[in-house]
Design a protein around this ligand. Structure first.
Ligand code: CO8
Length: 260
């Protein structure tokens, strides 16, 4: 069953996994404010709901998302951009504490590519194209693209994408670390969902700690990152799931993690 929103479809929770489908095919899933607020709202709810262990986000077979809604953006002057509520929605998406896995087919451009970079794992169909074509509109990426792209693909490719507006293929995106696996387009959602289901069986506190500590590597020194890792590692020693994981290994049985 799909729960109806205006710009997205949201599945029922199935074995700990929720799927969000961007659903503005007539506008190539352009990320208007309404769409971003719906994604942020669903992620906020998913963060609060213990039944959700991982979220998959996807588009359709032709397009993941073609960027910010250019028609909506055209109406904003500098003050409008300054006060743009989308900034808050992006922040809420970035703060989602559980695993977010993107299944990308077709275009992931501008804000669409930036949304991909908010995901923790990215599976791409071999028809996917990634790009930051904002330069062609006289602007630059505005939802973290300059910072996350450089940290992900390195300086030369980040500069190439942002300055030239050229697109790269799924295979290139994989070579540069933007994507972890490339599949045939018909399989990308299935593979992303498979991974989400696997992660959903893992101890949830350890999963959240792992995500938080890994993401910190983007923005901190090695020394502070290692110190955070040690603290998280110590904290996990106080969880029931750690005792269960170790006991299950010793007793040669499957662990039953409860999130405690
Ligand atoms: N916004 C609005 N509508 C769009 C967008 C978009 N980003 N992309 C496509 N559409 C619409 C088109 O207007 C068209 O609608 P219509 O049929 O009513 O004219 C329909 O989708 C299909 O598009 P095309 O006819 O152009 O389809 P093609 O297959 O020829 O081309 C492309 C597909 C290559 C994806 C092309 O549509 C394109 O280049 N789109 C724009 C890509 C782009 O420039 N993206 C960057 C946008 S700027 C941005 O993302 C900044 C993010 C900053 C966030 C800051 C938050 C605070």
């Amino acid at each position: 069953m799909q729960h109806e929103y205006q710009d997205i479809l949201v599945s029922d929770i199935s074995s700990g996994v929720l799927t969000i489908t961007l659903n503005r095919p007539e506008a190539y899933n352009a990320l208007r404010t309404q769409l971003l607020s719906e994604v942020a709202e669903v992620l906020d709810q998913a963060a609060q709901n213990d039944d959700v262990r991982a979220v998959v986000i996807t588009g359709n077979e032709k397009v993941f998302a073609a960027g910010a809604d250019i028609k909506e953006m055209a109406a904003l002057d500098a003050v409008g951009v300054l006060n743009d509520p989308r900034v808050l929605h992006w922040r809420r998406i970035a703060q989602f504490s559980k695993p977010l896995i993107a299944a990308v087919n077709g275009f992931a451009l501008g804000g669409g590519c930036e949304l991909v970079m908010h995901a923790d794992i990215v599976i791409a169909g071999d028809n996917a194209q990634f790009g930051q074509p904002e330069i062609n509109l006289g602007i630059i990426p505005g939802a973290g693209g300059t910072q996350r792209l450089l940290r992900t693909v390195g300086k030369s490719m980040a500069m190439q994408l942002v300055l030239s507006g050229e697109f790269i293929s799924a295979a290139q995106a994989r070579d540069f670390g933007l994507v972890s696996e490339v599949t045939i387009p018909e399989r990308s959602l299935e593979r992303a969902t498979e991974l989400a289901h696997k992660i959903a069986t893992k101890p949830p506190i350890a999963v959240r700690q792992a995500k938080e500590v890994l993401l910190k590597a983007y923005e901190t020194t090695l020394d502070s990152g290692l110190s955070l890792e040690r603290k998280a590692f110590t904290l996990l020693a106080a969880t029931e799931d750690r005792n269960e994981g170790i006991a299950a290994f010793m007793e040669k049985r499957k662990p039953n993690f409860t999130g405690k």
